[in-house]
Design a protein around this ligand. Structure first.
Ligand SMILES: Nc1ncnc2c1ncn2[C@@H]1O[C@H](COP(=O)(O)OP(=O)(O)OP(=O)(O)O)[C@@H](O)[C@H]1O
Length: 323
C-alpha cells in the first residue's frame, strides 16, 4: 500500500486464535484501509466472527498482533469508543424495549446521529415500545442495523446483519448504508453470505478459508482477474494453459473454464483468435470457485486435510492433527 492519503484502520500481523485444538485463525495478516466498505467473506466456520471479535476487543489473539487505530483494542476505551460491532447474537437485558436499546446506544457512541436513527426506525416500522425479546428475528436485525448506522462509528462492523430480513428490509439497509456512507465516510466491515446482493457495495474483499486469508484485494481487481472462457475444448485447453484453472464444465466437445489470471487486451485478442467467449464472473461465483478450488487442491496454504473441509470444525481439527 502506497504512503500518503490512504490510511490503515486495522492492521493484523500473524494473528492466530486457537480454541483448544481448533485453530480458528491461522497466521492471518492483512490491513483494512480507512473509509472503505470491506467485505469479510468465507464459508461457515472460516473464522469471520472470531476475527471481528478480535478487532472489537471482545476476543483476543492467541499469538500475533492486531491493532485498531494503531492501538491494541482489548479493554482499550480509546479504541472501543470509535468502534461499533453489530453481531447477529447480540443480547440485551431481559426487560429492554427498543427505545432502551436506543437510549443506551446514544450514550455509548459519541458520533451518534439521531436523524439517521429516526429515518431507519420509520422505514423499518420498528415499534419503540416493544420488548426486544418479543421482536421477530427480522426486527431484531433491524434494530442492530439502526444502531450500527446511526452510531456513525469510524469503524463499524456488521456480522451477518440481515438474518431474517426480507428483501425489502435488506435493500433499505443497503440504501441507507450507501447514502450515509457517501455523506459520512467511515470504515465498514460487512460479513455476509449474500455476496451477490452486496457485491456492488463492497470495495475490498477479505476472503477467509479455514482460518487463513485466501484473498485480500479490491473488488474491481478481483473481477478483472477471474473470467470464464468457453468454446471448443482444445481451444479452452490452450487458453487455460497460461492461467490458473479454478473450475471446468465439459459440454460434449465444448468446455467452459473458470480461470484466474491477467486478462488484458492481448489475452482477449488471443481468446478471440481461438474462438472463445470470455465472460465476467460474479463476485459470489468467484468466491465459490476460489474456496472450492482451494479445498480440492489441498496444497498450500491450508494443507492436505482440507479435502474434507466441508465443515470448518472437522477441517481445522484434522489439519491440526496432521501437523
Ligand atoms: N468459543 C469457541 N470455542 C471453540 N471453538 C470455537 C469457538 N468459537 C469459534 N470456534 C470455532 O472456530 C472456527 C471459526 O468460527 P467462526 O465463528 O469465527 O467462523 P465464521 O466464519 O464466523 O462462521 P459462520 O459463517 O458459520 O458464522 C469454527 O471452527 C468454530 O467452531
Amino acid at each position: 500500500m502506497g504512503a500518503g492519503a490512504m490510511s490503515t484502520v486495522v492492521h493484523a500481523h500473524d494473528v492466530t486464535r486457537r480454541y483448544g485444538d481448533v485453530t480458528a485463525l491461522d497466521q492471518v495478516s492483512f490491513s483494512l484501509t480507512e473509509n472503505r466498505i470491506h467485505g469479510l467473506l468465507g464459508r461457515n466456520g472460516a473464522g469471520k466472527t472470531t476475527l471481528m471479535g478480535i478487532m472489537t476487543g471482545q476476543n483476543f489473539a492467541t499469538t500475533g498482533e492486531l491493532r485498531v487505530f494503531d492501538e491494541q483494542p482489548y479493554e482499550n476505551e480509546r479504541v472501543l469508543s470509535r468502534v461499533c460491532f453489530i453481531k447477529e447474537s447480540q443480547t440485551y437485558p431481559q426487560h429492554f424495549k427498543v427505545r432502551h436499546a436506543l437510549d443506551a446506544a446514544r450514550l455509548l457512541f459519541p458520533h451518534w446521529d439521531e436523524d439517521v436513527a429516526q429515518a431507519l426506525l420509520a422505514d423499518f416500522r420498528l415499534p419503540l415500545k416493544r420488548q426486544i425479546r418479543k421482536l421477530s428475528r427480522g426486527m431484531h436485525s433491524m434494530l442492530g442495523i439502526t444502531i450500527g448506522l446511526a452510531s456513525r462509528a469510524p469503524l463499524t462492523l456488521f456480522d451477518e446483519p440481515y438474518l431474517g430480513l426480507d428483501a425489502v428490509a435488506r435493500h433499505l439497509f443497503y440504501d441507507h448504508l450507501l447514502t450515509d456512507y457517501a455523506a459520512h465516510p467511515r470504515t465498514v466491515v460487512l460479513s455476509t453470505h449474500l455476496i451477490d446482493e452486496v457485491g456492488d457495495l463492497l470495495e475490498n474483499v477479505l476472503l477467509l478459508d479455514n482460518g487463513r486469508v485466501l484473498l485480500d484485494t479490491t473488488a474491481d481487481d478481483l473481477r478483472g482477474q477471474v473470467i470464464t472462457a468457453s468454446g471448443p475444448a482444445s481451444a479452452v485447453d490452450e487458453f487455460a494453459a497460461t492461467s490458473d484453472e479454478l473450475h471446468r464444465e465439459a459440454l460434449g466437445r465444448y468446455a467452459r473454464a473458470t480461470l484466474r489470471g491477467t486478462f488484458g487486451p492481448a489475452e482477449r485478442d488471443r481468446a478471440r483468435e481461438l474462438g472463445l467467449d470470455l465472460e465476467p464472473v460474479s463476485l459470489q461465483d468467484i468466491v465459490i470457485r476460489l474456496t472450492t478450488a482451494q479445498a480440492r487442491r489441498g496444497d498450500a496454504p491450508t494443507g492436505p486435510a482440507d479435502l474434507g473441509a466441508a465443515s470448518g470444525d472437522a477441517g481445522i481439527t484434522n489439519r491440526e492433527a496432521a501437523r
